[in-house]
Write a protein that binds this ligand. Structure first.
Ligand code: XMP
Length: 524
């Protein structure tokens, strides 16, 4: 394991992903992590991340300086370099000028970090402070035109760079990190999907025990499906999956997901068609947050009911009992991913709620279910990779993200059964045309939005007066920020003409050219 201590940089997760791409397990801990917690992970090395502060700020994030004395190899990045220098007896000062963007670092003294790299490195910098005086034992390993770019103490295996090797703009960054992980830390490349699957399945089997039962909410998306398949590997039929039709799924999705999950993945699925209940609750509601809350609330109610039935049924059959001798034997599977885990323990403060998100499996509190989160160590791309190694079909693994509140947040204003059906038809055309153009995989999300705006058109000799459909397509890495995609005009032309010709109720198509921020991906 390589431990990464997070001082609050935007790029900390990227460091972990780079290391994992070498098949070496890495963990991000807040910089405030206790020494014992770090030691318990048996790390082969420690990376100190960047961060937005100055080591001299009163509220600067601090790690226990004793991590520098564990005898482990350490790599300090940006703020991590300043933290290292500051705590080992060097000096850090605000530079005259902030260094930001592309720069060249020239290697001054060769060391193992730079093994095999050119003497001039293309690097990406973002810092205000600089190291001025070296701690004892250190030498200047590289310089840029304005600052000490890298320092090192080869004897103690301590290295630091002022730039960010984890971002793609730093050309030899991956090679540099590889040198640290293998040449300096001596890590083994044993974080493979077989190893992950094997150890996860064994752990779940032990957690749930020989009699325990688990339930899992399926969304049709990648995360819940991979989580369910892993748990099913461990406990077989003692996992029951619940899939709820909330009335705002995509066209034919209720049937398709059931087929995929049952036939292709062999999961034990209870499908509940609650669409009438959801749609009647949504009647007359136009406020986006109220719509989201209603769907969240109804989902939990339906899920709760079904879960209770399943667990009661098993109690009756004598297979499972609640709270036997203080031990709970019922489990809830959730597809929580590593970025959420890191985010919730981050040194950065909580961010403002823009939209109240909710996911399937919103925990029914009163059921006292214990959580199994088989993906809580994984990034999204790892989920896809491991899913493929579990034999899951590409169709499931490559599906673009779809929000929990479904088409309801893509119908601006009131959600009615008629509008849902119009949008389902338009959405199907968008997805099919994007797939036909070979763009589905490279685009984060591409979809149709129904606007309650009616305008005049002409079809044949007839006047029409119908809704407007907006097309949205964005590139994104994690949904936090996004760029609108310049879809080829030909693709837009086909989508537009098919929608207007084939979907009754829409007579105008517009294209959304807003990135996030300032827009959001979904319209509500
Ligand atoms: P926004 O619209 O906030 O969306 O830019 C960011 C990403 O999150 C998805 N999204 C949701 N996912 N439950 C979910 O599971 C939700 O309530 C929800 N709302 C938005 C959205 O599709 C995009 O990928």
């Amino acid at each position: 394991t390589v431990v990464i201590l997070d001082f609050g940089a935007q790029y900390t997760q990227l460091i972990a992903r780079r290391v994992r791409e070498f098949n070496v397990f890495s963990v991000v801990l807040p910089c405030t992590a206790q020494l014992e917690e770090i030691r318990a992970l048996n790390p082969v090395g420690v990376v100190l991340s960047g961060g937005p502060s100055s080591v001299y700020d009163a509220d600067a994030p601090k790690a226990d300086p004793a991590v520098l004395g564990l005898g482990l190899p350490v790599l300090g990045i940006c703020y991590g370099m300043q933290f290292m220098a500051h705590h080992l007896g060097g000096r850090v000062e605000p530079a005259d000028k902030r260094e930001y963007g592309d720069a060249v670092a020239t290697v001054a003294v060769e060391n193992r970090l730079f093994a095999g790299l050119p003497r001039e490195l293309q690097v990406w910098m973002s810092h205000g402070d600089s190291v001025i005086d070296l701690p004892e034992g250190f030498v200047v390993a590289a310089t840029s035109h304005s600052a000490l770019a890298s320092i090192a103490d080869e004897t103690r295996r301590m290295y630091a760079v002022q730039w960010h090797p984890e971002v793609a703009h730093s050309k030899q960054g991956t090679e540099l990190l590889r040198n640290f992980v293998f040449e300096i830390c001596g890590a083994k490349a044993d974080w493979t999907s077989e190893a992950f699957i094997e150890s996860t399945v064994a752990r779940i089997r032990e957690q749930v025990g020989p009699d325990g039962h688990a339930i899992c909410g399926l969304s049709g998306g990648v995360d819940s499906a991979v989580a369910a398949v892993l748990v099913a590997r461990a406990i077989g039929d003692r996992l029951t999956c619940i899939f709820v039709n909330n009335g705002v799924l995509r066209k034919n999705e209720f049937e398709q997901v059931q087929r995929n999950m049952r036939e292709k993945l062999g999961l034990n699925v209870v499908a509940v068609d609650a669409s009438k209940r959801f749609l009647s609750q949504l009647g007359g509601i136009t406020d986006p947050e109220t719509k989201r809350k209603i769907i969240g609330r109804e989902f939990i109610a339906v899920f709760d009911d079904e879960a209770a039935k399943i667990l009661r049924g098993q109690e009756k059959a004598g297979e499972v009992a609640h709270d036997v001798g203080g031990k709970e034997v019922a489990w809830l599977v959730q597809g929580t991913l590593y970025p959420d885990v890191i985010e919730s323990s981050s040194v950065k403060g909580p961010s403002q709620t823009i939209k109240s998100h909710h996911n399937v499996g919103g925990l029914p509190e009163n059921m006292k279910l214990k959580l199994i989160e088989p993906l809580r160590d994984l990034f999204k791309d790892e989920v896809r990779r491991f899913g493929a190694d579990l034999g899951m079909p590409q169709e499931v693994l490559e599906r673009q993200p779809f929000p929990g509140p479904g088409l309801a947040v893509r119908i601006v204003g009131e959600v009615t059964p008629e509008r849902v059906s119009i949008l389902q038809n338009a959405d199907e055309i968008v997805v099919n045309e994007i797939k036909k153009a070979g763009l589905y995989r490279e685009i984060w999300q591409s979809f149709a939005v129904l606007l309650p705006v009616k305008s005049v058109g002409v079809m044949g000799d007839q006047r029409t007066y119908a809704y407007t459909c907006a097309i949205r397509a964005v590139h994104s890495g994690d949904g936090m920020t996004a760029d609108w995609v310049p879809l080829p005009y030909e693709v837009l032309r086909t989508i537009s003409s098919r929608i207007v010709n084939e979907v009754r109720g829409i007579n105008r198509v517009v294209y959304d050219v807003t990135s996030k921020p300032p827009g959001t991906i979904e319209w509500e």
